[in-house]
Every structure is written in structure tokens, then in C-alpha cells.
Design a protein around this ligand. Structure first.
Ligand SMILES: Nc1ncnc2c1ncn2[C@@H]1O[C@H](COP(=O)(O)OP(=O)(O)O)[C@@H](O)[C@H]1O
Ligand SMILES: [Mg+2]
Length: 175
């Protein structure tokens, strides 16, 4: 029998708040088989993003997984040390964040953030990784990938309006 790529068993995510424990994800279980796509639908605040964040090990403390198990191709990953999880993240498992304006760190250039992930997983020096980052931006359809790689994303539309209109990262895509 084929093994699920992802298996989530009775996942519970909690946030300790001043007025007590808040349960953001309550007893969620599902399997995703190879080649399968799972869509999760629910009202805002239902716990969809927290379920995804738990799977890739990116729940911000003091939030934490308070129960359940997560398996990646049969290997339990919810209890891995952070360094072990970091080896999987960006290689075996990743997340496309909903909002590109908040998923990039404004203190680093786009290229620096790509180089960090590339060098974590591939035996490349800084220059090779930088070149690869530019190629990847091009493959993703980003216009003028080289200048794009040295851009810093800005999060506020006002800040975007104040920088050159040629800065690709300041264009908001229509939603
Ligand atoms: N850092 C946090 N501290 C406390 N509660 C949080 C935090 N982040 C998210 N939550 C709560 O967890 C619940 C699930 O959020 P989320 O997974 O983002 O919902 P959505 O289904 O809209 O993606 C929401 O009620 C949200 O308010
Ligand atoms: Mg969400």
C-alpha cells in the first residue's frame, strides 16, 4: 500500500494567552497521498494557516504543538530538533505564504534570503548561490531578475509609492 506523503494525526496547536490557553487547531487529522492535492476550506481564523505552520515547524512561540503527530513519508517530523527540521524545510517540504509582502524579511535583500536557503541545502559558494538565485527569479517569471535579487521588499504601499516605480517588488498584484 502506498504511504501518505503527509499524515497529520490529531493535531492540536495552542497559544498561551493571559486569559488562558487558546486552542487554534483542535484535533485535526488528514492524509495526503502522492500526487494528491488537498484543499482546506474554512472561515478566517479557523486554523488553516496554523495547520500549515505546524507541518513545516514554523509556529511562533509561545504558540506550540500541544498534541498529535505529523509524519512526512512515514517519518515523524513534529518532534524533530529545530536544526533537523531546518534541513527538511525548503528541500523536502515548503510553504508558499499567502502574502508575499509579509513573507520576506525587509532587513535583507530578496537575493540574500534566497541564497540562505540555497546554501543550506546545496554545496554552493556565495557567488554560485547568488547566480542560482537570479536564475530562479527568472524561472519564476520575475522581470529583470538580477536587479530584483538586490531589492529589498517594502511592506507598506506608502513606502512603495515613495521608491522608484521600477522596483518590481513594490507592485501589488491585483487580488
Ligand atoms: N500568534 C498568535 N497568538 C494567538 N493566537 C493566534 C496567533 N496566531 C494565530 N492565532 C489564532 O489562531 C487561530 C487560527 O489562525 P489561522 O490558522 O491563521 O486561521 P486561518 O484559518 O484564517 O488561516 C485564529 O483564531 C488566530 O487568531
Ligand atoms: Mg490563513
Amino acid at each position: 500500500m502506498t504511504e501518505p506523503i503527509i499524515s497529520v494525526r490529531n493535531l492540536v496547536v495552542e497559544f498561551p494567552l493571559r486569559r488562558g490557553l487558546f486552542t487554534a487547531v483542535n484535533d485535526v487529522s488528514f492524509d495526503i497521498m502522492p500526487g494528491e492535492i488537498l484543499g482546506v476550506v474554512g472561515e478566517s481564523g479557523a486554523g488553516k494557516s496554523m495547520t500549515g505552520a505546524a507541518i513545516i515547524g514554523l509556529i511562533e512561540p509561545p504558540g506550540h504543538i500541544a498534541g498529535g503527530e505529523i509524519y512526512l513519508s512515514g517519518k515523524r517530523i513534529d518532534n524533530l530538533p529545530p536544526e533537523e527540521m531546518a534541513k527538511l524545510r525548503g528541500k523536502r517540504i515548503g510553504m508558499v505564504f499567502q502574502d508575499p509582502l509579509t513573507s520576506l524579511n525587509p532587513l535583507y535583500t530578496v537575493g540574500q534570503q534566497l541564497v540562505e536557503t540555497i546554501r543550506r541545502h546545496l554545496p554552493m559558494n556565495e557567488a554560485q548561490a547568488r547566480q542560482r538565485a537570479i536564475e530562479l527569479l527568472g524561472e519564476a517569471g520575475i522581470p529583470r531578475p538580477k536587479p530584483a535579487s538586490t531589492a529589498i521588499r517594502t511592506s507598506s504601499p506608502a513606502a512603495c509609492a515613495s521608491v522608484s516605480s521600477s522596483r518590481w517588488h513594490c507592485r501589488r498584484s491585483p487580488t
